[in-house]
Design a protein around this ligand. Sequence first.
Ligand SMILES: [Zn+2]
Length: 139
Amino acid sequence: MSYCPNCGTENEVGAKFCSNCATKLDFQVRAEPTRRVISKPLILGAVALILILLVVLVILPRGLGIYGTYEMENFPAYFTEIKRDGTFSLTMWGMRIDGRWEREGNRLTFIVPGFPTSSGTIEGNRIIADDGSVWIKRR
Ligand SMILES: [Zn+2]
């Protein structure tokens, strides 16, 4: 709608002169403000999606910290503790071997001086060692 600035008469949109007092209306077209209504569920959905993407793309690939203690599947007497300082200790029947670990992507390499290097692949909360053994992170 277009309102005349002089007399306030409502005129048709696009009218050049007021139908009541003939005042020029060129710049008096009052357009309805365009309101962009974004519904709350849509915003919540978008926020949830961003959070999910953040977790899947950023946090999970880095591992929610691979650090922790892993037990050999069906063989809890064997466990490996992966420490934040880059070292690990493997315990078998109470016998402990210490070394250091390196990570490249989802691959882990365990280095023990004087022993052959062993490695494995990180899959979620498990490490699938190249020798076929599966190590599950303790809760
Ligand atoms: Zn008028």
